[in-house]
Design a protein around this ligand. Structure first.
Ligand code: SF4
Length: 297
């Protein structure tokens, strides 16, 4: 069997940066007194999370009530957070011996930060916003928070063109002569984004479409499409909770070729032994060590 790796795969800049920031923070806790918590899992990959825990870095409990904020560091992950929540955390900073706690390390990906600031700017200008993404995704929640900073809820999340059309129709029927803009979760599909834009334009032809989709996502998706033309079957390596990994898997499924989404080598289906050429691609939260392990297997 021959294994061909996708030309682009694995950790993206934002994830690499966030992991490095957390590890650096844990290393600076030399007296071992404080814990390092990440606001949500730093990355959607169980292997990486286990490795981080071995270094003293833990996902914070959801409510934070069980966390002693007087004695810890909090890492804002690449997805970012709602700015109102961040302000609340910063207001709770107290003094503990020589340092202020909790120490807040902002590891929001610069590309996500750009989306957040754009949403804020457009909302302040009075734009009604549509945000293409997964309603429950942390990045979406953060961007919604920036859009709501000036006090009005002006942003509607849509995940496909049918939802976009329904939301645009509803806004149109209010009779409000609204200026509108569309943004996307950074990992959103480009094709779906175009269809969403077209659906909204039926009601708001002057819709401003902001390009917020991350090139890391596009590059992985394009490389996978190229790979699919050369192989009999494909393996997508990555966390099953990772949005960008699931997108890659959907593209592989759409090709009609046999495909599997696996987190470890042990999950590779035995039937893959029968293929002559197998492609290997990986989401933006998959570490090099896992990719290598699966390739060897
Ligand atoms: S996929 Fe892009 S936007 Fe998301 S964390 Fe990685 S580099 Fe940042």
């Amino acid at each position: 069997m021959r294994v061909i790796r996708s030309k682009v795969l694995g950790f993206c800049m934002g994830v690499r940066r966030a992991v490095a920031a957390a590890v650096a923070e844990a290393s600076s806790e030399t007296d071992g007194s404080g814990r390092v918590y990440t606001l949500g899992p730093l990355i959607h990959n169980p292997r990486v999370l286990a490795d981080l825990e071995s270094r003293g870095i833990y996902p914070a409990p959801e409510t934070l009530t069980a966390v002693n904020l007087d004695d810890c560091s909090l890492i804002i992950r690449a997805h970012g957070i709602d700015p109102r929540f961040e302000e609340d955390l910063r207001n709770r900073v107290g003094r503990n011996s020589q340092r202020s706690f909790p120490r807040i390390v902002d590891a929001t990906c610069p590309k996500v930060k750009a989306s957040q600031l754009k949403a804020k700017e457009l909302a302040e200008k009075g734009c009604m916003l549509f945000l293409a993404g997964e309603a429950k995704h942390a990045e979406v929640a953060g961007i919604l928070g920036y859009a709501a900073l000036h006090g009005k809820t002006v942003c509607t999340v849509v995940s496909n063109s049918a939802e976009a059309q329904a939301a645009a129709k509803k806004l149109y029927e209010t009779g409000e002569d609204a200026k509108t803009a569309l943004l996307a979760q950074t990992t959103f599909s480009e094709e779906e984004y175009k269809t969403i834009g077209n659906a909204i334009k039926k009601y708001f032809p002057d819709l401003e479409i902001v390009d917020t989709i991350c090139a890391a996502t596009h590059d992985r998706q394009e490389a996978l499409r190229e790979l699919l033309e050369q192989v009999d079957a494909v393996i997508i390596a990555g966390g099953k909770d990772s949005a960008n990994t699931r997108r890659l898997f959907a593209i592989a499924q759409g090709s009609g070729k046999p495909c599997a989404l696996v987190e470890t080598a042990a999950e590779v289906p035995p039937s893959f032994r029968d293929f002559e050429i197998v492609g290997l691609c990986a989401g933006a939260s998959t570490p090099d060590s896992v990719i290598e392990e699966i390739e060897k297997f």
